[in-house]
Write a protein that binds this ligand. Structure first.
Ligand SMILES: [Zn+2]
Length: 134
């Protein structure tokens, strides 16, 4: 859970954060929900995040539920970690909460395509999922 910012953002809850990617994928396929079937084009195989993910997946094969155990222990101690400093305001392009003038997604898409695409992507996702019941 991530605390909200009064007047700007509701408190975030992540009810599916303990669901494995594989389970989420199988559910999506079983229900016929729309999804993009490809890796993120910006994922870097040499990044620390990717290497950590691979390492955790290998450990999970040796000890099933290891990742859920780690996650559970981290969640219990989350209040002990320092919160990021700074102020937040709506992204000037898409309106999502951001710690700078534009959110990171709008900055990235603007750098790659010449225009911030946050609003377009949010509208497109709403269109794709309108009428979808789970
Ligand atoms: Zn934005």
């Amino acid at each position: 859970m991530q605390e909200g910012v009064p007047g700007l953002a509701a408190t975030r809850i992540r009810p599916l954060y303990t669901v494995y990617e594989k389970e989420s994928f199988l559910y999506t396929v079983a229900r016929g929900l729309p999804f993009l079937h490809r890796e993120c084009p910006h994922a870097r195989l040499d990044s620390l995040d990717f290497r950590l993910k691979e390492m955790l997946n290998r450990l999970e094969e040796e000890r099933p539920s290891l990742k859920l155990g780690l996650l559970s222990r981290l969640a219990k101690r989350a209040k002990d970690y320092p919160r990021p400093e700074g102020s937040y305001a709506p992204c000037e392009s898409c309106g999502l909460l951001s710690s700078s003038g534009k959110c990171s997604f709008c900055r990235l898409t603007e750098r790659l395509s010449g225009e911030p695409l946050g609003s377009w992507v949010r509208r497109r996702i709403r269109e794709l999922f309108s009428g979808v019941t789970v």
